[in-house]
Design a protein around this ligand. Structure first.
Ligand code: RFL
Ligand code: PHB
Length: 394
C-alpha cells in the first residue's frame, strides 16, 4: 500500500487531519488499532471552540453539528453555593458549542468512509520504520502492522502520529531528542454520563471545600457530570447515590434543585496531567494532538488542541506539495507549540483555581479564594478567562 501521508490513529486529530489533507488533494491512509465501534463510543470531550467548529464548516461536514450542537454564550462558576456567570459572548463576542467527542468522531468517520478514503481499523503492532534522523531528509519512512492475521506494509512520504498519549509514535523518537515537561496532579476526575436533563442550561464549574465538580451535558436529555476524587479511588467507592449526593453538595443549592438523577450509562475515572513533548517532529514523523501534549480537562482544551494541530499540520503539508518547500514543515512544531503552551497555561491555571489542592486554611487556599473574588469583581480578569476559554486565534 502507498499513501502520501500515513496517519496513525483515528481520534479527532487523525480524522481531522485526514479530511483537511483531502481538501488539499492529498491522499492519506489512516491506521487505527481499535474497532470503529470502539472509537465512536469513547466518551470524552464535550466543548468545541469556534475555531474547531470553523474547521468542520470548512470541510462541509457541520450540518449535524449545527443542528444538534448546543451553542453556549457563557458558563457558571459556583463558589460557596453561589453562581457567578462568565458571559463569554459579552466579553469576547464569541461562544462555544457543546457537542460530544463521540459525535465529532462519528461525523468525521462517516464523511471519510462515504468519500471512499480508507481507515484501516483493528490494525495491530503498528510500527514506524525508516526514520533516519531528526531532520526532514529524503529517506521515505513506512509503516508495518498486522491486520486480519496478515502483515502489512504502508509506504508514504510522511507519517502523522495522531495516536494519543499511549500510542507508538512518540516512543519511536529517541528520548534524548525529545525533552518532555510534565505535571501529574494529585487527584483525578470521576465522570458520569446519564440519560437525564441537565441541571442547568449552562455548564457549572464548582469550587467547593470537598473538591471540584462540573455539571456539563451532551444534549437537552443527556447529562455529563464530573467530580474531583483521589487518584487511587475506585469506581466501587462511588456508587451512584454517593456520587449524586456529592454533586448536589458541591454544585450548590440552585443546581441541586434542578438536578434529575438516573442510572449511569458510563462512569470512569481519569487522572489529570499536564504534558508536553517537543519538538513535535522527528524526521518525516509529525506528532499531533494527545500524542504530543496533554492538558487537564478543566479548560476543555484537549480536543480543540488536537484540531488546531491538525490544521497547522495540514497547512504545512499542503504547502510542501504545492511549492516543494520544507520550511512550513520545519516550522510546524514551533507554530503548533505556541498555541499549545498557551492552552497548557490556561488549563493549569483553571485547574489550580477550582480544585481542592490545599488545606482550606493554608496560604495557597486563601490565594485561590482571593483570585476567585478578584475574577468575579473584575471585567478585565473575566475577559482574560473568557478569551482563553473560547479559544485563542489560529
Ligand atoms: P485520541 O482521541 O486519544 O485518539 C488517538 C487514537 O489513536 C489510536 N491509537 C493507535 N492506533 C494505531 N496504533 C497504535 N499503536 C495506537 N495507539 C493509539 C487510539 O485507539 C485512538 O483512536 O487522541 P487525539 O486524536 O489527539 O484527540 C485528543 C482528545 O481525544 C483529547 O484531548 C480530549 O478528549 C480531551 N478532553 C477534552 N478536550 C476538549 O477539547 N474539551 C473537553 O471538554 C474535554 N473533556 C477530555 C475531556 C478528556 C477526558 N479524558 C477522559 C482524559 C474530558 C475527559 C474526562
Ligand atoms: C464535558 O462535557 O465532557 C466537559 C466539559 C467541560 C470541560 C471538560 C469536560 O472543561
Amino acid at each position: 500500500m502507498r499513501a502520501q501521508v500515513a496517519i496513525i490513529g483515528a481520534g479527532p486529530a487523525g480524522l481531522l487531519l485526514g479530511e483537511l489533507l483531502a481538501l488539499a488533494g492529498i491522499e492519506t491512509v489512516i491506521v487505527e488499532q481499535k474497532s470503529r465501534a470502539y472509537v465512536e463510543s469513547r466518551v470524552r470531550a464535550g466543548v468545541l471552540e469556534q475555531g474547531t467548529v470553523g474547521l468542520f464548516d470548512k470541510l462541509g461536514i457541520s450540518a449535524r453539528l449545527h443542528a444538534q450542537g448546543l451553542v453556549h454564550n457563557g458558563f457558571q462558576i459556583a463558589v460557596r453555593g453561589q453562581l457567578h456567570r462568565i458571559d463569554l459572548h459579552a466579553l469576547t463576542g464569541k461562544s462555544v458549542v457543546v457537542y460530544g467527542q463521540t459525535e465529532v468522531t462519528r461525523d468525521l468517520i462517516a464523511a471519510r468512509l462515504a468519500a471512499g478514503r480508507p481507515i484501516l481499523f483493528e490494525a495491530a503492532d503498528v510500527a514506524i520504520r525508516n526514520l533516519d534522523g531528526p531532520d526532514i531528509g529524503n529517506t521515505r519512512p513506512h509503516l508495518t502492522f498486522m491486520r486480519d492475521g496478515q502483515s502489512q506494509h504502508l509506504d508514504c512520504d510522511f507519517i502523522a502520529g495522531c495516536d494519543g498519549f499511549h500510542g507508538v509514535s512518540r516512543p519511536t523518537i529517541p528520548a534524548a531528542l525529545l525533552p518532555t515537561c510534565e505535571r501529574v496532579y494529585p487527584f483525578a476526575w470521576l465522570g458520569i454520563l446519564a440519560e437525564v436533563a441537565p441541571c442547568s442550561p449552562e455548564l457549572i464549574y464548582a469550587r467547593h471545600r470537598n473538591g471540584f465538580a462540573l455539571a456539563s451535558m451532551r444534549s437537552n436529555t443527556r447529562s455529563r457530570y464530573y467530580i474531583q476524587c483521589g487518584p487511587d479511588e475506585k469506581l466501587d467507592d462511588w456508587p451512584d447515590e454517593r456520587l449524586w449526593d456529592e454533586l448536589r453538595r458541591r454544585l450548590g443549592p440552585e443546581a441541586a434543585a434542578g438536578m434529575t438523577t438516573g442510572p449511569a450509562i458510563e462512569k470512569s475515572i481519569a487522572p489529570l496531567r499536564s504534558f508536553v513533548a517537543e519538538p513535535m517532529q522527528y524526521g518525516r514523523l509529525f506528532l499531533a494532538g494527545d500524542a504530543a501534549h496533554i492538558v487537564p480537562p478543566t479548560g476543555a482544551k484537549g480536543l480543540n488542541l488536537a484540531a488546531s494541530d491538525a490544521y497547522y499540520l495540514s497547512e504545512a503539508i499542503a504547502r510542501h506539495y504545492r511549492d516543494g518547500s520544507r520550511d512550513a514543515l520545519a516550522q510546524y512544531s514551533d507554530t503548533a507549540l505556541r498555541r499549545v503552551w498557551k492552552a497548557e497555561r490556561f488549563s493549569w491555571w483553571m485547574t489550580g483555581l477550582l480544585h481542592k489542592l490545599y488545606d482550606e486554611q493554608s496560604f495557597e487556599a486563601r490565594m485561590q479564594t482571593a483570585e476567585l473574588d478578584y475574577l468575579f469583581g473584575s471585567r478585565a480578569a473575566r475577559t482574560v478567562l473568557a478569551e482563553n476559554y473560547v479559544g485563542l486565534p489560529y
